[in-house]
Design a protein around this ligand. Structure first.
Ligand code: MN
Length: 233
């Protein structure tokens, strides 16, 4: 017997797939913190690898925004920041995934922007409080079309950059990831079981900064694609 619901279940959030009419259904959105040394330093942190496991946080699945959309300037902040990131889109999952098998889970990659209410994050961090609301707010995950691994492989190097109103703000290289995509998947799968539909934002290079009402941010990840978002007034 199929389930009956009190009201219609919410629509499944999804992301475009390049040159495919089918869309990628989103289950969960995970993000890794401080995965480029230069960004860790600009946030006042020492880049860590070795003893310390990576730090993860999450956004709700319905935070995804189609590339090219205009979103409202978020509430409760006066310091909305852009973070351009390589996003891995999983079509397989599991728990305790070994690093050597981790890339088998990846369907494809996209360019995404981890929008952040930086003032809320800093205040929460300083107070030792959770910073969910600084990261997981409405419209906080603009993402471009996913390019399948079958087409582009697993990009280990390549320019990642973001400009605002045509002026370059962020620039780095995928080769500078502290934890690789495979290492991220392996570590994340020790925290929770991963599943098809999961998106993983893999961290941002240095140069994060504010977006103002009326701004247009455009990000690019070489060999992968682009993402754009406009901030409404
Ligand atoms: Mn980020």
């Amino acid at each position: 017997m199929s389930a009956e619901f009190l009201f219609p279940p919410p629509p499944c959030p999804s992301v475009a797939v390049a040159q495919d009419v089918r869309r990628f259904p989103v289950r969960r959105i995970f993000c890794i913190a401080l995965n480029y040394a230069a960004h860790a330093r600009e946030m006042g942190k020492e880049p860590a690898k070795g003893g310390e496991p990576p730090v993860f946080f999450a956004k709700p699945a319905d935070a995804v925004v189609e590339s090219g959309a205009s979103i409202p300037y978020p509430t409760l902040t006066s310091d909305l920041h852009h973070e351009i990131e390589l996003v891995a889109a999983l079509s397989r999952g599991g728990a305790e995934i070994p690093v050597e098998k981790a890339l088998d889970c990846v369907f494809g990659y996209a360019a995404g922007i981890d929008l952040t209410r930086r003032d809320l994050q800093t205040a929460a961090r300083n107070a030792g409080r959770p910073w969910d609301m600084s990261k997981g707010f409405d419209h906080s995950a603009p993402i471009g079309a996913i390019r399948p691994v079958a087409e582009i492989g697993h990009p280990a190097r390549g320019r990642i950059a973001l400009s605002v109103n045509g002026a370059l703000r962020q620039e780095g290289d995928l080769g500078d990831l502290i934890w690789s995509v495979a290492e991220i998947i392996a570590a994340l799968s020790r925290n929770v079981a991963l599943a098809p539909g999961d998106l993983i934002f893999t961290g941002t290079p240095s140069g994060v900064g504010p977006l103002l009402a009326g701004d247009r941010a455009e990000g690019v990840v070489e060999h992968v694609g682009s993402v754009a978002v406009s901030i409404g007034k």
